[in-house]
Design a protein around this ligand. Structure first.
Ligand code: 5GP
Length: 181
């Protein structure tokens, strides 16, 4: 595998991500056995993770996608805005949000408040990556976490920098020179 020239180093390899997805899917399948959760991916970053994860979920699921924005470049703007809503009714349903990464937790905190008010029966979160040092809210505790990473800006496997690098098959640390230009 050739490393993208803008990437300083690989933090989580493709193989590690794939085996982690199997492990997370196993737990999710056990926890939701006999239920039909609505698995909601947060666009666009969660797409590769959701695709890899759902292949290994063995219980019945429905899927949908929500597009919210909070980031501009490498900094959280602190404002969450729904750009594209889901089309499924979540009233009395079990909702599982799929996130690529959680940093401040602000995005999910706002999204979870909204979905509670829509009457979801249960709301849980699966995230591929968690940056707990970045957390500024206390009400976001994902039930399923792939990896904990330090407070660095990462790209790849869905994660972008100004919409680029989402297609990298691994998660890597971007060279500072790329965003300090
Ligand atoms: P939060 O609201 O938890 O601060 O941020 C969640 C969203 O911010 C993620 O879905 C992701 O889009 C973006 N984000 C947070 N940390 C990073 C990072 O290290 N790299 C990239 N590419 N996006 C990030």
């Amino acid at each position: 595998m050739t490393l993208h020239p803008d990437v300083e180093k690989v933090l989580i390899s493709q193989e590690e991500i794939e085996s982690k997805c199997k492990e997370l899917a196993k737990k999710i399948s056990e926890d939701y056995a006999g239920k039909i959760p609505i698995v909601i991916g947060l666009l666009k970053g969660a797409v590769p993770f959701m695709a890899e994860l759902m292949k290994h979920i063995t219980c019945s699921i429905q899927i949908d996608f929500l597009d919210v924005s909070s980031y501009d470049g490498v900094k959280s703007t602190g404002k969450v805005h729904i750009r594209r809503d889901i089309v499924t009714d979540v009233l009395n349903r079990d909702v599982l949000f799929v996130e690529d990464i959680i940093d401040t937790g602000l995005t999910l905190s706002e999204v979870m408040k909204e979905f509670k008010s829509r009457g979801a029966r249960s709301i849980e979160v699966v995230t591929l990556v968690d940056k707990p040092e970045g957390r500024t809210v206390s009400d976001v505790t994902p039930k399923y976490i792939g990896y904990y990473i330090p407070n660095k800006f990462v790209v790849g496997f869905g994660l972008d920098y100004n919409e680029i690098y989402r297609n990298l098959p691994y998660i890597g640390i971007l060279k500072r020179s790329v965003y300090e230009k």
